[in-house]
Write a new protein. Structure first.
Ligand SMILES: C[S@@+](CC[C@H](N)C(=O)[O-])C[C@H]1O[C@@H](n2cnc3c(N)ncnc32)[C@H](O)[C@@H]1O
Length: 195
């Protein structure tokens, strides 16, 4: 992330927006349960909010500096920080009761890598568990914020069919002024007939 972007995501204004705008949306969409996965916490203002709503939070961050700072800041809390790419989570299949991925996917350099992250999230979610996420529109304002940074925007219109192809169900996309939010579930486990 470039310096200005990082400053924004560490600012009191961002914390207020998350608390007043993003959190009510998440709570209206899904109960993420007691064992939650967060992809791409960055400076961790999203982590600060998520961790008050669950017993255990696992945050996976690719940037070693950001991951180390977050691990130090939240040492001794209910948060475990893992430094790695979410393209290969190395976490148990069907473990998590919910997952969150706020503002991350446009930082992932190719659609194939982005799909690998969605597939990994799907793999580690319990059947029926929800993924909630947000991402930025492809517009001049967002492009300016990503100068000297990776910016491979998601097409919000194509996202439902993309997530469905990867195996998600119950998919929704909601449009906001500056970003869009999405939610999807891992399909519930089917009970074989006669059991
Ligand atoms: C724009 S920040 C979002 C931070 C926070 N979620 C928020 O909304 O305030 C995106 C974060 O995703 C991380 N990230 C990018 N690619 C990743 C990957 N493949 N695996 C894990 N984290 C990744 C970046 O390092 C960065 O910290």
């Amino acid at each position: 992330m470039n310096k200005r972007h990082l400053e924004t995501l560490s600012s009191p204004g961002w914390a207020t927006m998350l608390r007043q705008n993003l959190l009510p949306w998440v709570e209206s969409i899904a109960d993420l349960g007691d064992d939650v996965l967060e992809i791409g916490p960055g400076p961790g203002l999203t982590t600060d909010i998520l961790r008050t709503r669950t017993a255990r939070l696992t945050a996976v961050e690719i940037d070693p500096g950001l991951a180390a700072a977050l691990a130090a800041r939240l040492a001794g809390t209910n948060v475990t920080v893992i430094t790695r790419s979410a393209e290969q989570l190395d976490l148990a299949e069907s473990r998590f009761t919910g997952a969150a991925c706020f503002g991350v996917i446009h930082h992932v350099p190719s659609p194939a890598q982005q799909d690998r992250i969605f597939s990994e999230i799907l793999r580690v979610l319990r059947p029926g568990a929800a993924l909630v996420g947000s991402d930025g529109y492809d517009n001049e304002l967002t492009r300016q914020a990503h100068i000297d940074d990776v910016f491979v925007p998601l097409d919000a219109e194509a996202l439902p069919s993309r997530l469905a192809q990867l195996g998600f169900t119950d998919i929704r996309v909601e449009h906001g002024e500056y970003d869009f939010r999405y939610a999807a579930r891992k399909p519930p486990r089917r009970i074989p007939p006669g059991r």
